[in-house]
Design a binder for this molecule. Structure first.
Ligand code: GAP
Length: 505
């Protein structure tokens, strides 16, 4: 097990132990890739959604919100292409009866070769010490070059099969690469088949094909089909955006990595409608603006990178992912896509309703082009949570686990702790809670020694602890302890609101 695997396990355990995330239906042995957010998880998640909504809707006068239904007319998914093309290639192992995504088996194989490269680099680093030049080593070491060559060859074949939808080709690659089932260890594979990721359900009492509904696999289509409703009722002028936060459902074949890939998850999406011909300008605008939003949480910039798509979906003319360095490597966190007029045109065609906009500035009607920004709430939660999780060795040799969450996202901003449970200190502490609780989430805690209570607040990410002691009763002052540097300062109770207004912006 690598250090990163070990760290990830600790993060998952911490999330459960402190009431952030529980496996769903746990007392019935859980439900794969479905999770429940506990008492602190729901606060952190709501704060993330609030931060996105504020930055996208409330701070942009040309972006408005929407909350469309999860159930939608089934033809919507025909028009959007999801019925015919929202598929993953799956393959079964006949011995273990386990099901896998064929593309993931190949990607995992590539990851193993990448691991070999990293091991060579580590060996080099140890051998050459301070004089080690990693760039030069990667470019000249024979074994590294051979491994990289292997990876490039596999990538090329794999991309070709995926682009041509060549399922036999994918199976042949799995056989040629000698990929075995991780469970049974055999190569007894079935053919590769396409598997549609949408969950289907029935509406009403008549069991008939025409009643089949899908649980939406993205929130975006609810925005497209309401384009005219919002534009007309809100008298919106192009360029303008419609944003929504909501649940999405995908029957993921390979559900791994905790809340990174779930079957029920939440998205925050915004569709920005623009005049045709201006879309690439807006694409670049949103690409930059969305990255700035991520950076506003104070997470170091080196943890984010763009991954521009070279191969584009047939309806897109530009696409990029913002990737984040999760404990298991760089992975997609958000997608920004220039989707042309594909979605509105398809819905026009399938519904028979004209979805156009009259642009009075140029005296022309047209189907607007769309820039989409689409981000997973759960992936953002995982990015922020895992980046905040730290184990620190203190000067006295003890270990402290701290969740250094961005202050504005922390579930509780302040904890109020009477030093002892007597002498009128709890009553004084309760008075302070009453002063602060209308403006901030405040927790009162009187159990255990003060040191343990500080540790508990560190572990859930509370940025400030207020300690009430005997001096408080005499001079109306309290100690404020800061989570990140553990420094303490003395503040007058009457100054607390202005102190926190300044700190928690
Ligand atoms: N409307 C475009 C769209 O849905 P996507 O790349 O399929 O694009 C957008 O999804 C975002 O939704 C991803 O970047 C990711 O953050 C999140 N997401 C997608 N599938 C997910 C899953 N199974 N579990 C958790 N989050 C997911």
């Amino acid at each position: 097990m690598t250090n990163q695997d070990d760290l990830f396990k600790k993060i998952v355990a911490h999330a459960k132990e402190y009431g952030f995330i529980f496996p769903s239906s746990e007392i019935y042995d859980g439900l794969a890739a479905v999770y429940d957010y506990g008492q602190l998880g729901v606060e952190l998640k709501n704060n993330i959604k609030q931060a996105w909504w504020r930055s996208m809707v409330q701070l942009h006068e040309n972006i408005v919100g929407l909350d469309s239904a999860i159930f939608m007319h089934p033809r919507i998914w025909k028009a959007s292409g999801h019925v015919d093309a929202f598929n993953d290639p799956l393959i079964d192992n006949r011995d273990s009866k386990k099901r896998y995504r064929a593309d993931v088996l190949i990607e995992d194989h590539i990851a193993k070769i990448e691991d070999k490269i990293e091991k060579e680099v580590e060996k080099g680093r140890k051998r050459f010490g301070d004089s080690f030049n990693e760039k030069q080593f990667r470019a000249t070491n024979q074994r590294v070059i051979e491994h990289q060559h292997q990876i490039d060859e596999i990538h090329e074949k794999y991309a070709d099969c995926m682009n041509r939808n060549d399922l036999d080709g994918l199976k042949q690659m799995i056989l040629d690469l000698g990929i075995v089932c991780p469970r049974s260890g055999t190569r007894n594979w079935t053919d590769v088949r396409q598997f549609n990721l949408m969950f289907a359900t029935k509406m009403g009492s008549v069991i008939d094909d025409s009643d089949t509904l899908y649980l939406r696999p993205e929130t975006a289509q609810g925005i497209f089909v309401n384009f005219l409703n919002v534009q007309k009722s809100g008298r919106m002028k192009i360029p303008f955006g419609i944003a929504q936060i909501g649940k999405a459902f995908r029957n993921e074949i390979v559900a791994r990595q905790f809340i990174f890939r779930m079957r029920e998850f939440e998205q925050m999406e915004m569709q920005f409608f623009v005049r045709p011909g201006t879309e690439l300008e807006w694409f670049n605008h949103w690409k930059e603006e969305r990255l700035q939003w991520h950076l506003s949480f104070g997470i170091p910039a080196e943890n984010y990178r763009y991954h521009d798509h070279e191969k584009l979906a047939h309806y897109a003319n530009a696409a990029t992912d913002i990737e984040f360095r999760f404990p298991f490597g760089f992975k997609e966190l958000e997608g920004i896509h220039s989707r042309t007029d594909y979605d509105l045109s398809r819905h026009s065609e399938f519904s028979g309703k004209k979805l156009q906009y009259f642009d009075s500035e140029i005296n022309e009607s047209y189907t607007p082009y769309v820039i989409e920004t689409s981000i997973g709430v759960d992936r953002t939660f995982l990015a922020i949570f895992s980046n905040s999780f730290k184990e620190e060795k203190l000067e006295d040799g003890s270990l402290r686990t701290v969740l250094s969450l961005p202050v504005r996202l922390a579930p509780y901003k302040i904890a109020v702790l009477p030093l002892v449970k007597k002498d009128g200190l709890p009553e004084k502490a309760r008075e302070i809670v009453s002063i602060l609780k209308n403006d901030w989430m405040v927790q009162y805690d009187e159990k255990d020694a003060i040191g343990r209570r500080y540790r508990r607040q560190d572990a859930i990410g509370t940025p400030y602890c207020i300690t009430v002691d005997n001096n408080t009763l005499d001079d109306e002052t309290v100690t404020i302890r800061h989570r990140d540097n553990m420094l303490q300062e003395r503040v007058n109770i009457s100054q607390l609101p202005s102190f926190f207004r300044e700190k928690i912006k």
